[in-house]
Write a protein that binds this ligand. Structure first.
Ligand code: FES
Length: 167
């Protein structure tokens, strides 16, 4: 999904006000926890909210964007309800990560970096998930799945799809 599909006018700026007032006097040491709160509230880090955050706190937008783009936990575009990550690091690559990524793309019908139209899934490949002994590895909503095979992928994704709407 393109970021243009979410209109700036639809963004509720009151949430930002609540977050900032909960922090009181804000300085750049608070950037990570504040960005985490913004992402929890909005589901991602909308550009217009980051610009307003900069305006209200006098923290330069370049500094805010520097942190937001450095950490993989932060998303500058809308994310799906489920985040599926596949490792493309060396250990996983050697154990067949390319085939795992292809199986995920096929099951979800989206490519690396995309979010499904129904906003249920986002798929991302990452440099290393930090559990190389379990290669090839994928992560679903923060849970590791190691020693993956394309068949495992299909089973896991199908169970996620069938759990849609269950909260
Ligand atoms: S290379 Fe895949 S988890 Fe480290």
């Amino acid at each position: 999904m393109s970021k243009d599909s979410v209109k700036d006018s639809a963004v509720d700026m009151e949430l930002l006000g609540e977050i900032l007032s909960a922090f009181g006097q804000v300085d750049s040491n608070d950037l990570i926890p504040i960005l985490q709160k913004i992402q929890d509230s909005y589901g991602y880090l909308p550009r217009i909210v980051l610009m307003e955050f900069s305006k209200r706190t006098a923290i330069p937008a370049s500094r805010i964007y520097g942190v937001a783009t450095f950490y993989e936990q932060f998303h500058l575009e809308p994310h799906g309800r489920h985040t599926v990550r596949c490792c493309r690091g060396t250990a996983c690559h050697v154990k067949g990560a390319v085939g795992i990524a292809e199986a995920i793309e096929k099951s979800l019908g989206i490519k690396d970096g995309e979010t499904s139209k129904d906003m249920q899934f986002t798929f991302e490949t990452v440099a290393c998930l930090g559990t190389c002994a379990l290669a090839p590895v994928m992560m679903v909503n923060g849970t590791y799945h190691g020693k993956m095979t394309p068949n495992h992928i299909q089973t896991i994704i199908e169970s996620l799809k069938s759990s849609q709407g269950e909260g």
